[in-house]
Design a binder for this molecule. Structure first.
Ligand SMILES: Cc1cc2nc3c(=O)[nH]c(=O)nc-3n(C[C@H](O)[C@H](O)[C@H](O)COP(=O)(O)OP(=O)(O)OC[C@H]3O[C@@H](n4cnc5c(N)ncnc54)[C@H](O)[C@@H]3O)c2cc1C
Length: 333
């Protein structure tokens, strides 16, 4: 799905130094490093960043409290300021093309609308998709009354009645973090197993446990979250529900790159595997941000993108040097 359109640059012809797939914090910061290194770079972005439902971004120095759309809007302008391009569109396929030389690969990246571009290197920064448990009424509160991250939204709901809708072991960790923010915390096991010793720890911290499954989520008249209705009909009022979502790497359209994917522990989702500075087993392809590091917040994602961009530039510089040597020529730049 392509939403939140913004002014799009033209897709360049010929071969660019790098295509960045995904224009969130990771992709834009990678592109910024490349553009400032005088690399031709194009970001292709479908415009659906993970934190789009949130009104403000928190926990990142200086930018704390700024709306996510404003951060990305400014980021796009900064990339453009150095000659980088940002194209609004969805990548439908990406695959290796014939290399220019040994160790200097090429890739063809095609958009859903049929346009395509050739790149020397690819940075994948497509982020992840949060998958909520299937509870009627839950999804419509995502990013507002239903949250996943104490560092992103916790302060804003301090001292409120909060519920943990358990999805697995990660929810126990969640409960202890949200207990730091409120004394009124209820843990809905919702069919998950809770060990006796964890129950004892919860009791010691005053965390109530409800084992009756949640049937649905209830709304106030103004549309905000009112609480949950249990399978036995009882209603438990809550202002906020915290849910540890399943974290699924956004890999649509990228199969042709053959990037290795691995499962996260406890069925928590899947991520692209990466190594030093976001490099992957696939020569010429890097990954940064939530696509490979599901726990990374905006700051960490941006930092990973920057590091990958710098690493790509370094390897391009080495490839340029090899090519110059092979050609036996000299260059003014
Ligand atoms: C509700 C919510 C609130 C959050 N609040 C905070 C907060 O307050 N502070 C904080 O630090 N973190 C917060 N986060 C986490 C934050 O969203 C992530 O850390 C951050 O978005 C990761 O950046 P990214 O660049 O890796 O991915 P994203 O920001 O998700 O960007 C990925 C981009 O890739 C694009 N894309 C994906 N597939 C394709 C494709 N095939 N073709 C083209 N484009 C594609 C998407 O459209 C998207 O624009 C929040 C998360 C959620 C869910």
């Amino acid at each position: 799905m392509t939403t939140s359109p913004y002014a799009s640059d033209a897709l360049p012809g010929g071969t660019v130094d790098a295509v960045v797939i995904g224009g969130g914090a990771a992709g834009l910061n990678g592109a910024l490093m490349l553009a400032r290194s005088r690399r031709s770079v194009v970001v292709i972005d479908s415009g659906t960043p993970r934190n789009a439902p949130a009104g403000a971004m928190h926990g990142f120095l200086v930018l704390d409290g700024m709306p996510p759309a404003e951060i990305l809007g400014r980021g796009r302008e900064q990339v453009r300021q150095y000659g980088g391009r940002v194209v609004h569109g969805e990548v439908a396929s990406a695959e290796p093309a014939a290399p220019a030389a040994e160790g200097d690969p090429r890739f063809t990246v095609a958009l859903a609308d049929g346009r395509s571009v050739t790149a020397r290197r690819v940075l994948v920064a497509t982020g992840l998709r949060d998958v909520l448990p299937e509870v009627p009424g839950l999804a419509r509160h995502w990013g507002h009354g239903v949250v996943h991250c104490p560092y992103c939204h916790g302060w804003e709901v301090r001292d409120e009645p909060i519920g943990i809708l358990a999805t697995g072991p990660a929810s126990v960790h969640h409960a202890l973090l949200f207990r730091q923010l409120t004394e009124d915390l209820t843990y809905f096991t919702h069919g998950t197993h809770l060990e006796k010793d964890i129950r004892a720890r919860f009791a010691a911290r005053g965390i109530r446990v409800v084992d009756t499954p949640v049937r649905d989520v209830l709304d106030n008249e103004d549309g905000s979250l009112a609480g949950v209705r249990l399978a036995d009909g009882r209603v438990v009022s809550r202002r906020v529900l915290a849910v540890a979502t399943r974290l699924e790497v956004r890999s649509e359209g990228l199969d042709g790159l053959k990037l290795p994917v691995e499962d996260l522990p406890d069925g928590m989702g899947r991520r692209f595997v990466s190594g030093t500075a976001g490099s992957t087993e696939v020569p010429g392809v890097w990954v940064a941000g939530n696509a490979t590091d599901p726990m990374a917040q905006v700051g960490a994602s941006a930092a990973a993108g920057a590091l990958a961009g710098a690493h790509i530039n370094a390897l391009l510089a080495a490839a340029d040097t090899e090519a110059a040597l092979a050609a036996g020529g000299t260059s003014a730049r």
